[in-house]
Ligand binder design. Sequence first.
Ligand code: ADP
Length: 474
Amino acid sequence: MAFDFSKHYINGEWTASEGDGWIDVENPATLEIFARVPDGTPADAEKAVRAAAAAQEAWAGVSLGRRVSLMKAFLKEFEAHRQDIIDFEVKELGAPVTFTTATHCDYQFTRVRSYIEIAEELPLKAEFKASTVYREPVGVVACITPWNYPLGQIVQKVVPAILMGCTVVLKPSQHTPLTAYFLADAFDKAGFPKGVFNMVSGRGAKLGGVLSTHPLVDMVSFTGSTKVGVQLAQAALQSVKRISLELGGKSPFIWLKSDDYSRAIPKLVSSIFYNAGQTCTALSRLLVPAEDLGKVEEMVREAALKLKVGDPTDPQTDVGPVSSAAQFKKVSGYIRLGIEEGAKLVCGGVPQEGGTGYFVQPTVFSNVSNAMRIAREEIFGPVLCIIPYRTVDEAVRIANDTPYGLNAAVFGPKAEAQAVAMRIKAGNVYVNDSARDVTAPFGGYRESGIGREGGSAGLLEFTQQKAVFNRSTF
Ligand code: ADP
């Protein structure tokens, strides 16, 4: 059955836009326009904010147990859309189907389950020396999300916010708005009170003003580029709203001296090349001992050339297209820049224009200096920079020489790798092949952001503390 993407979801109803504009959704693998969503207006955003504000107090008064059981009902409906989510993520983002199934779809169910489990146990009241401290919902939260993990970024905000008693207005990315509709449909079918979850589709530049400055909005939770995040935060601070930002990265992967680097290859390849490198945590700078540079180049080249680039509907495909014409242009520009800056092109290169689909071959630059722009700026494409170092101290210095601080990884003997991990300034650091932990806090140091998502930290982000001094004598 074809899903209807023509409306917003406001106050418990699928609602037509006040405007008559549309945003086309393009399949980046075929360049086919296959759907459209409303180009929402400030009046639509206003309506959604008012609905969320009207619902807030009653929702805050609903018990945590009831909120949890509604969220369980949501999860069931959300999981029922599994095939829709996979099909539409492949189509709107161009993410390969095998990767999409695991990461864009099933992992999001894992996240929802994790938030539910943790919320059930989370202490929202604590006795202090002469007071009781309560965790209360922040209020109305505007959630603005990007296109690279369309559902992931939404789940990280909307689910914990609602569990903690906030009401939300979601504005998904205009480039990949479709899977958010399945999430909205699941909220609708789960039976939440009207106005708890609202979604307006449209462009940030048009809706961002209302969402970031409206007096009825208490918090802005944003994931996207540092540039837009800073603009939004500045606007939101005019009325001292709570701000949570998950922004860019230029994350380092330090390989300590080894006789065998092959065990570090899977993590490197999946991080920088899967999702076509459009991952804020991508390990985009590989730091290796200078004396092994040639050997590493060869290994990484071999691994990159093994990746199957192409049709995202093929289960064998590793790397699909980048998401849009704008991304294609941006990534191509950085590859051209890397060559101009004098980095050594190991494989890949500037993609051909005019093809069917925005395909970029996995591209590896070596002998990169950390001063080059390709090593400093977030490329957001399948482009790796290999940087040689001479001592571990130098490796740590290079790793930390970035305005960002979102993610990092260290490969080497366990104790030494752990010691280096402790010296890296980033919100997440992986040691060897350790798996990620859905319950751990996720977020950045420095220009990578403010606040944390995931687990108990991600839930508490949507609360504020109230101390009640209640040891009175009468
Ligand atoms: P990305 O390119 O990774 O999507 P952006 O920062 O451009 O990163 O966009 C992230 C989200 O922010 C999208 O939902 C987009 O529509 C929204 N956005 C873009 N510009 C603005 C703005 N000026 N105000 C509010 N939101 C914006």
